[in-house]
Design a binder for this molecule. Structure first.
Ligand code: UDP
Ligand code: MN
Length: 276
């Protein structure tokens, strides 16, 4: 069975992120299948563009937060400063990746990630491989995860979300995954702990500059995590302050792929290019 890189887009804005992600993987000559999960809210135009670069575009249904957990999830997302992730609980649609039974193994990556080098070797790892979250390093960040699709795992996660609202600690997929699947990551074999270079979060661009400089050559994937950090929401000319060196470099990498592969396709598909 195939091994795949998979991402998710639930609207046209994240679909632009998914396009850049997929073209970057192509440019880096991945030998793995590229699959993009989309919900109904992604327009026909963007779907066609996604289909040009991906090996498959997989329609998925949104995952609603169970009624029993709605108020806990809303409160948690507000606390996290991510009220934008509410609504249809789009964060949870990510869990559908466990239902992609056509793949033996998947490297799931958020649509706001950008691979800088070929990372096919990620798929030599096993479930659940992920990098620590810099906000709480005993937890993994769910923006890059190696996993094995399994309906049983998907059902386990759904049951937990419904039965114990407290498992939606942060109102999103990451808290649920960490409370539910800790035994597959933290207490499993150390190879499940990915080096931070496989999921270098934008926080690190300013929080620990000497380390970033030291490890620059081992950064394989950058992740523009956080509200207002997405390249397609930012100006092309980021503020040049002391911390801007890497931020500007990595945003520049994203724009390079966008300009080479995405811009003209969006324009000829008649999509109003709203990106600054
Ligand atoms: N996502 C999406 N639509 C949304 C929000 C999120 O498709 O409205 C998907 C997308 O793949 C995104 C991932 O869910 O990368 C996780 O959300 P985000 O990256 O915004 O979270 P962060 O990494 O900033 O915590
Ligand atoms: Mn992300």
């Amino acid at each position: 069975m195939m091994e795949a890189f998979v991402t998710l887009a639930t609207n046209d804005s994240y679909a632009i992120g998914a396009l850049v992600w997929a073209y970057a993987l192509r440019q880096l000559q991945t030998s793995k299948h590229i699959c993009i999960m989309v919900t109904d809210a992604v327009s026909h135009e963007l779907r066609s563009l996604l289909a040009e670069v991906a090996d498959s575009v997989q329609p998925v249904q949104p995952v609603l937060v169970p009624a029993s957990a709605t108020s806990a999830a809303t409160a948690a997302l507000n606390l996290l400063g991510r009220p934008d992730l509410q609504g249809e609980s789009l964060g949870l649609a990510k869990l559908r990746v466990w239902q992609l039974s056509q793949f033996a193994k998947v490297a799931y990556m958020d649509a706001d990630t950008l691979p800088l080098v070929n990372i096919d070797e990620l798929l030599d790892r096993d479930e659940l491989s992920a990098a620590p979250d810099p906000g709480w390093p005993d937890w993994f960040n769910s923006g890059v995860m190696v996993l094995r699709p399994s309906e049983a795992t998907f059902q386990l996660l759904m049951r937990r979300a419904a039965d114990s609202p407290g498992s939606l600690v942060d109102g999103s997929d990451q808290g649920l995954l960490n409370t539910c699947l800790a035994d597959r990551w933290k207490s499993a074999d150390i190879s499940r702990r990915l080096p931070f270079g496989y999921n270098c979060l934008s926080y690190a661009f300013y929080s620990y500059l000497p380390a970033l400089r030291h490890f620059r050559d081992s950064i394989k994937v950058v992740h523009f995590a956080g509200a207002g950090q997405k390249p397609w929401q930012l100006s092309r000319r980021p503020l040049m302050d002391q911390t801007a060196e890497f931020r500007a470099e990595f945003l520049g990498e994203w724009w390079t792929v966008y300009d080479a592969c995405v811009l003209h396709r969006l324009a000829s598909a008649g999509h109003s290019v709203s990106v600054k």
